[in-house]
Design a protein around this ligand. Structure first.
Ligand code: ZN
Length: 184
């Protein structure tokens, strides 16, 4: 739990909750990777399809974490959905950035990791395996139209701004009440 909480933190959490709900809407059920069917899905994706290896570096690592391929935030608006997750090691879980400090998409992130490890000859094979998971496996990610993607961005940004504004309003209200009591 973070000790210093900003209004952006709560706004970002609200956006992730929305991306989770939309992902579940397409999946037709809940997707909690911590219990029940969602947990079974995560174990199967991690251990059966990706053979308990990191999807980027292919190291066998006991501590594999959940990676959202299309980033689960206001950079890429990826949904929380089985077709958008894969296991990664802690090093590959740090999304690489380009020269302008912008996060790379998963494909360029994969390329960068292959480059760092001198394994560029494995790039196309690893990419194809991930693409199969996203587009063709039983967990395939919803094929969103440009309009749908745009709508998700607009709604997520509006939610983000509203939550931030509510935090500011609450502070203003507190100051107003505090002042009223001090004056009386
Ligand atoms: Zn890795």
């Amino acid at each position: 739990m973070a000790i210093y909480n900003t209004s952006s933190d709560s706004a970002n959490t609200a956006v992730r909750a929305l991306l989770t709900k939309i992902g579940e809407y397409y999946l037709g059920r809940s997707f909690n990777t911590g219990s029940g069917k969602g947990k079974k899905d995560w174990i199967e994706i991690r251990e059966t399809y990706f053979e308990s290896k990191c999807i980027y570096c292919e190291e066998n690592n006991l501590k594999l974490q959940i990676e959202h391929l299309i980033m689960f935030n206001r950079k890429e608006y990826g949904l929380h959905h089985p077709g958008n997750i894969g296991p990664v090691c802690s090093d590959c879980n740090k999304r690489r950035r380009d020269e302008n400090k912008k996060f790379l998409n998963w494909e360029n992130h994969l390329k960068q990791i292959c480059l760092e490890r001198n394994e560029l000859d494995s790039f196309e094979r690893r990419k194809a395996k991930i693409l199969f998971h996203i587009n063709e496996s039983e967990y395939k990610y919803p094929n969103l139209s440009e309009t749908e993607k745009h709508s998700i961005r607009v709604i997520a940004n509006s939610l983000y701004e509203n939550i931030k504004m509510e935090s500011e309003k609450s502070l203003a209200l507190y100051k107003e009440l505090d002042e009223a009591f001090v004056k009386n």
